[in-house]
Design a protein around this ligand. Structure first.
Ligand code: NDP
Ligand code: 7N6
Length: 308
């Protein structure tokens, strides 16, 4: 069965302007329309969406415009025989730049200087506080698209990069790869730990009290993956007790981060509002991926990034 329609669900507006996204499909051999909730779909329809909806299970194919598809019920897609694809493979530059930005700032205090600038303060930190990221050890947990993007850039900055993943395939710029079972060994010597792995039952709460004990007191945690991978109460305790030095966080257990979260108040925590992938061409990156899969669907080829 060929597709004759691509429906863009309005929830894409969480991350991209829907109209620009629709326009990016100009020249495709299917018609493209924006839809809201309450529509019905059939097997000649594709849906591109940010959120899951039960009615998408009647479509021919569903594309999640996020790399993390943890909110989608993959078993329901498998039971319905509807292919589900995600948007991994396009965030190597965008999300890694944010992770690198956190690390450079945490090392060189750009965030502290900006806080002081807001008060008109010509601020001088303790002499011992600033350091270069060069020669510091970074452990990247999850070495896929984003993890490899971080590793490559960190290696170019002269960092000593190690990583954690289940497969032991070598990764450029990464000197040693640890099995997830050896997480503690992998993070024990690290000045920075960057999380770039999916949120799954296996990874939920991966970084908790024990891990904060294992980490160096002068270590920084970077999370650009998903909030629930870190036990946020344990993180707040670790920061309170100076068991770690600080953090760069793009993702949180609850988003938007609640007003009363203690995380807002730490000088050594940099918070970005889940904007790791936010750039002015994000809609084009996703449209390229969706267009490639429309071609594949029409010619009966295997879909790229099929996750169910
Ligand atoms: P990929 O699928 O390319 O990479 C994920 C990597 O994690 C894989 O290489 C996998 O390697 C590894 N992995 C899986 N399970 C484990 C585990 N238990 N322990 C260690 N490593 C593991 O995904 P992306 O790099 O594109 O994205 C990663 C995550 O980042 C997404 O799932 C999403 O949640 C988040 N994300 C956040 C964004 C943001 O805006 N902040 C934007 C995009 C994504 P192996 O199979 O060898 O274990
Ligand atoms: C875009 C968020 C993903 O998983 O979380 C991201 O791709 C999407 C700002």
């Amino acid at each position: 069965e060929r597709l004759d329609h691509l429906y863009v669900h309005e929830s894409v507006e969480n991350v991209i302007p829907p109209e620009a996204f629709v326009e990016a499909f100009d020249g495709l051999d299917v018609s493209v329309d924006l839809v809201g909730d309450g529509e019905s779909f059939g097997e000649t329809d594709a849906v591109a969406t940010y959120v899951p909806r039960p009615e998408f299970l009647d479509a021919g194919w569903v594309h999640c415009i996020r790399a993390g598809y943890d909110e989608f019920d993959t078993e329901a897609y498998e039971a319905a025989g509807v292919p589900l694809t995600n948007s991994t493979g396009i965030h190597d530059t965008t999300v890694s730049e944010i992770a690198i930005g956190y690390m450079v700032s945490l090392a060189r205090l750009l965030h502290v200087y900006r806080d002081n600038q807001n008060e008109g303060n010509w601020y001088t930190p303790d002499y011992e506080r600033p350091f270069t990221v060069e020669n510091e050890r970074l452990c990247v947990v999850g070495l896929g698209t984003i993890g490899q993007g971080i590793a490559k850039r960190a290696d170019a900055l002269g960092m000593d990069v190690v990583g954690v993943r289940r497969s032991d395939e070598p990764v450029p710029g990464v000197s040693e790869i640890f099995d997830p079972a050896d997480l503690h060994e992998a993070i024990a010597d690290a000045r920075f730990v960057a999380l770039a792995l999916p949120h799954t039952p296996e990874t939920e709460g991966l970084i908790s009290d024990e891990e904060f004990d294992v980490l160096r007191d002068d270590a920084y945690l970077v999370n650009v993956a998903r909030g629930p991978i870190v036990d946020e109460d344990a993180l707040v305790d670790a920061l309170d007790q100076d068991a770690i030095a600080g953090a760069g966080l793009d993702v949180f257990e609850t988003e938007p981060l609640p007003d009363d979260s203690p995380l807002w108040d730490f000088e050594e925590v940099i918070i970005s509002p889940h904007k790791g992938s936010a750039t002015n061409r994000y809609h084009l990156d996703i449209a390229d991926l969706v267009s490639e899969n429309i071609d594949r669907y029409q010619t009966g080829e295997t879909l790229r990034n099929r996750v169910a």
